[in-house]
Design a protein around this ligand. Structure first.
Ligand code: SF4
Length: 367
């Protein structure tokens, strides 16, 4: 039959230039990509590649590795060559590592102009080396390391200060004929960050990398990132994202993908529609939802599973879902596409849902 129409989005993507980070396109012609950064020592090549493999499996599109020393720079060729996804070298302070990263075969380099001394003088050579190698750049402006000149002018990292710094650095690259870059203007405060990206989006058609920097531990960081990215992505602003959490990087990827899926900016995979429970619940909804989520983790095909505590909304939600359970009297009614296919004792609900989910996933899987 006819393919289903794409699900609705809140607003179309803002039109940007298109760049490439290795095989991954970044810009409005490409899907929004999700990034993270390794936490291993870059010099420990095996551990770093292992973590990159885990990130790749979790749905990471582009990975960044820190390069604070000559030893790290020496590890880059092996990492860039063996990684399954494009590698960006993250460079602060030392421009010589920009050239090392380009020579190493990295797909991209992130520079922080604010903390590279005499950055402006280096742009010509960086542009030439990057252009010759087909490497793209991220101009990564960060509230914590703003250019001294800009800090003197604004007194603190306001949205205007972040944007002025970014626009200035972009103009330096463009003066040298180099335009294969994206820009980020990160701040830890979502309100400042959102405003900065809005201003930056008005100032030019550069592809934008979204991030709330130092967003905090998992709970706070997830919410800060989701609210800030949501405010921007809902306006069509943002071409690649990185959720920063004080938590393992795989968690950043899960959160990033979930944000995109929530806004229909990425096809939904597993979606658990579970009720919050209430005084009517006849089953431990939290436990049931957690167990079903854990049992179905990593499922790649779209599947909506309704886990409902009682029969008030159970049958209705279950009808809208691919699969569902409505509980009552120590039993669970199992729904598939809105029809009750069986009733099982409470202790069997989880395993029955997982069994049915696997069966549906197989039927709906790749043809
Ligand atoms: Fe309460 Fe039932 Fe609604 Fe869950 S489905 S919130 S238990 S009324």
């Amino acid at each position: 039959g006819m393919p289903a129409p794409p699900p609705p989005v809140l607003n179309p993507r803002r039109k940007t230039r298109q760049i490439k980070v290795g095989k991954v396109g970044v810009g409005s012609d490409s899907p929004i990509s999700v990034q993270s950064m390794t936490t291993t020592k870059t010099t420990d090549i095996n551990s770093t590649l292992q973590q990159i493999a885990e990130l790749t499996a979790a749905g990471c599109d582009i990975v960044r590795v820190a390069c604070p020393s000559a030893d790290d720079a020496e590890a880059l060729p092996a990492i860039a060559q063996k990684s399954q996804i494009p590698v960006i070298a993250d460079i602060h302070f030392q421009p010589k590592y920009v050239f090392a990263a380009i020579d190493a075969g990295c797909a991209g380099v992130r520079v922080n102009p604010g903390n590279i001394r005499k950055f402006d003088d280096q742009v010509k050579e960086i542009s030439k080396a990057a252009a010759d190698a087909g490497v793209s750049i991220r101009i990564g402006v960060n509230a914590g390391s703003l250019d001294k000149r800009i800090m003197d002018k604004y007194g603190k990292a306001t949205p205007e200060a972040l944007v002025e710094s970014a626009v200035w650095e972009a103009s330096l690259f463009e003066e040298h004929g180099f335009s294969d870059f994206k820009i980020s203007v990160k701040h830890h405060d979502p309100v400042v960050m959102v405003r900065a990206y809005e201003l930056l989006a008005e100032a030019g058609d550069w592809p934008l990398h979204l991030g709330v920097t130092e967003a905090g531990p998992a709970f706070q960081g997830t919410i800060k990132s989701a609210t800030a990215f949501g405010a921007l992505l809902s306006q069509g602003i943002g071409d690649t994202i990185r959720v920063s959490l004080s938590a393992p990087p795989v968690e950043e990827i899960k959160v990033g993908n979930q944000i995109l899926e929530s806004l229909n900016l990425k096809p939904r995979t597993l979606e658990i529609v579970s009720c919050p429970s209430c005084g009517r619940a006849q089953v431990d909804v939290y436990e049931l939802a957690d167990k079903v989520t854990a049992g179905l983790e990593g499922l790649e095909v779209p599947l909506r599973v309704a886990v409902m505590g009682c029969i008030v909304n159970g049958p209705g939600e279950a009808r809208e879902a691919d699969l569902g359970v409505a509980s009552g009297n120590g039993k669970g009614q199992i729904f598939v596409k809105g029809e009750v296919i069986k009733t099982v004792p409470e202790a069997k609900i989880v395993e029955t849902l997982i069994e049915e989910a696997m069966r549906i996933a197989e039927e709906n899987g790749d043809p």
